[in-house]
Write a protein of this length. Structure first.
Length: 535
């Protein structure tokens, strides 16, 4: 790694400026006093219009803010700013000056957030409120497809999208001396890392992305506990591809929302022809495969990495076959597939994402290229999901899970994933037969039987929180769970069941006990049963 990879520029072309500290402070004060916050905007728009805006539908918010612009001075000022940034409607300079009296139109232009045109003052970047953990923050990014005409620029800097919020909710939050945000984009993951990490390194291949991140950090410096005069004490921005900027370093936690979108490669295609926020520049799912294989090299002992990804599913094979081939036998790995789509739906999603469906000729050509690309590798489907990796501090791998969970789960799910990891570690370190177990508070039991039947035909154990799993129980396992009140050990309960159910000719005592212990271990691992006295 060389010092040339360190990004400190505060005046990058076509990006907000972060080298004007007085103006940044003035803007933060104006936004705060205006109540340009998540709650403030939600109250102004109302539930329906706010929900529609969250779906990128602008019309309800346009109607509400048009009426609000004729209200009292404070309401009109907030409406003007919402229309200006969130709805991308040019405003009169007098309205902007009244709403942001310290910054004013001239300040927004100087910061690279606005331009003066014939229609008035127009936003050249999106700046929206973001709230988390009691803090009111603001995040700048490029205007999205629903806010501007035409195809997105290839170095488009994505704002807060579904994928980024999914990673925020999925990340297991724990103290980290050194954390890495790989492919930072507008910096949203860095925001969260700064709340529980002593120092964060944020990398990206795009100078514009790092410029937006630097602007966002310094605009929110107070809430993020960053000294604007010495931001490097808490965060370092580094320019480069994947792990190149941090070669030789180790981190306690790595998070990444990488450019995982599978995009057809064209002969002679250059990086400038790709959408850097989503296209990793490698064929197929190689970008995710390379990260899964290489991330353990930058993890400190007991360090973890969490990322999102797509993976190709070869026709006729199960989804987990490719991800299983990427995971090192020396690394803990947990893949959860959340969605699976066919090649056609995948092509439609990402062509629409960049507004490439607005030109029918281009759309047909690009759509065909997607299908040809997938067909060349016999791809029958594309999976999307969450990946967790850990470099064991000592000893062999403890966790190797590949599962599909497509139904709604509790959010944020990060705390529940963290608890599951702790339970797996506990199982590896303790003798389950001596443990005293309790049924988790969110667990309920369902029994189904036909009318007149003496015994239930189906017994289900359900979780109401976390991953909300359902487990089909045998009669003997249901009996075990019903006895888990912390009084008897697991071995003692199994012994009682053995005495009750065994004794007949051919009964295999050892197989019964080992089978029961294995099933009980699964219930502990998934959080249905908890060791008494454990958090």
């Amino acid at each position: 790694m060389t010092e040339s990879t360190l990004f400190t520029a505060g005046n990058t072309p076509n990006a907000p400026r972060s080298d004007l500290p007085d103006l940044l402070q003035a803007l933060a004060t104006d936004l705060r006093e205006l109540d340009y916050t998540v709650d403030g905007v939600a109250e102004l728009l109302g539930t329906s219009a706010y929900s529609a805006l969250d779906r990128d539908q602008l019309i309800p918010a346009l109607i509400v803010t048009e009426e609000a612009s004729h209200g009292g001075p404070r309401t009109a000022a907030l409406a003007a700013v919402v229309r200006f940034w969130l709805l991308a409607v040019p405003q009169d300079a007098t309205a902007i000056d009244a709403a942001l009296p310290r910054t004013r139109t001239e300040g927004l232009v100087s910061l690279g957030l606005a331009e003066v045109a014939a229609a008035g003052v127009a936003a050249v970047a999106d700046l929206r409120p973001y709230g988390w953990d009691g803090a009111d923050l603001w995040v700048a990014s490029d205007l999205a497809a629903h806010q501007r005409p035409g195809v997105l620029r290839h170095d488009h800097v994505l704002g807060i999208g579904q994928a980024s919020t999914t990673l925020v909710q999925t990340t297991i939050r724990r103290h980290a001396a050194r954390a890495l945000d790989l492919g930072t984009g507008c910096g949203i993951q860095t925001f969260h890392l700064l709340h529980h990490s002593e120092h964060v390194t944020a990398t990206d291949i795009s100078e514009r992305a790092l410029a937006f991140t630097r602007f966002n950090i310094l605009l929110n410096a107070e809430a993020l506990r960053v000294d604007p005069s010495r931001p490097e004490d808490r965060v370092a921005l580094r320019l480069g591809s994947l792990l190149e900027p941090v070669a030789g370093q180790e981190f306690d936690l790595v998070v990444s929302n990488p450019p995982f979108v599978i995009t057809p490669r064209s002969e002679g295609e250059a990086a400038k022809d790709q959408f850097t926020y989503r296209d990793g520049g490698l064929p197929g799912d190689d970008i995710v495969a390379s990260l899964v294989k290489s991330l353990p090299k930058v993890l400190a002992p007991d360090g973890t990495a969490q990322l999102l990804g797509n993976w190709e599913i070869t026709a006729g094979q199960s989804w987990e076959e490719r991800p299983q081939s990427w995971a090192s036998p020396d690394t803990d790995a947990w893949f959860i597939q959340r969605e699976q789509v066919g090649p056609e739906q995948y092509a439609e999603t990402w062509l629409q994402d960049a507004s490439e469906n607005r030109d029918r000729g281009h759309y047909q050509e690009a759509y065909s290229a997607y299908l040809d690309d997938f067909a060349s590798r016999n791809v029958g489907g594309i999976g999307f999901g969450m990946i967790w990796l850990r470099r064991p501090a000592a000893g062999p791998r403890r966790i190797c899970r590949f599962e599909e969970i497509t139904y709604p789960i509790e959010q944020p799910v990060g705390p529940h994933l963290g608890a599951a990891v702790k339970r797996s570690d506990w199982l590896a370190a303790n003798d389950l037969s001596t443990a005293h177990l309790l049924v988790a508070e969110d667990v309920t039991e369902e029994r189904h039987q036909r009318p007149g039947a003496e015994h239930p035909g189906v017994i289900l154990l359900r979780q109401g929180a976390g991953l909300r799993r359902t487990n089909l129980l045998s009669t003997e396992l249901a009996g075990f769970v019903s006895a888990c009140d912390g009084d008897l050990s697991a071995g003692q309960i199994i012994g009682a069941l053995e005495a009750l159910l065994g004794g007949y000719e051919g009964f295999d005592r050892d197989a019964f006990r080992s089978g029961m212990l294995a099933e009980v271990a699964n219930l502990v691992r998934d959080g249905f049963l908890l060791p008494a006295g454990e958090d």
